[in-house]
Ligand binder design. Sequence first.
Ligand SMILES: [Zn+2]
Length: 211
Amino acid sequence: MAITPEQSIEIKKQLLAQVEKLPQEKKEEIKEYIKNLNEEQLEEFLKQNKIEMQNSSSSPQEKSLQSCIFCAIAKNQVPSYKLAENKKSMAILEINPLSKAHSIIIPLEHLTIEKLPKSAMSLAQKLTKKIKKKFKPNDIKIETSSFQGHAMINVIPIYKDVSLKKQKADEKELKSIQEKLQAKSRAKRAESKKAKEKKESRLPVIKMKIP
Ligand SMILES: [Zn+2]
């Protein structure tokens, strides 16, 4: 595979971001080294450090990330009833809801509860307001939890005289709820932002050594 100058810029950007996380002493040296690589040298560097550009890596960590259902949803590999999204998270409908319009917010990255971005909570709050307006529940419960190590925020509407019970929702009903809650106005912009992010996050986490 040959690297185009365009890819080279993108890859270097990624590599430099990774280097930023390394211990201080070697950082500048490695950064300088990467910056000065031409396309062929860069390709060689990727090879020597066993850095793969596509997600064809078979390391166990990568595999477990790939099999995480929320990661797959975030990458649009698995269909979902998307309601809204911002830079770091997305809101979708729970397909096995505890109550009508039960929604979940998931960070786009595979993160634990401790690392849940603040923007995920603000997305949950926005959605809470919208659910209140459209479905008029008595109350809404917001709960963080995680599934397969991927953090999530549950937004659970509580209705008068209806007890919470997890059950598979009807596809038609989910669609109609989605239509009522979907953030339409900014959907396009969020979409292109996300496409960009997806492209940028293609490189796996790596350890680097200068050959
Ligand atoms: Zn995940």
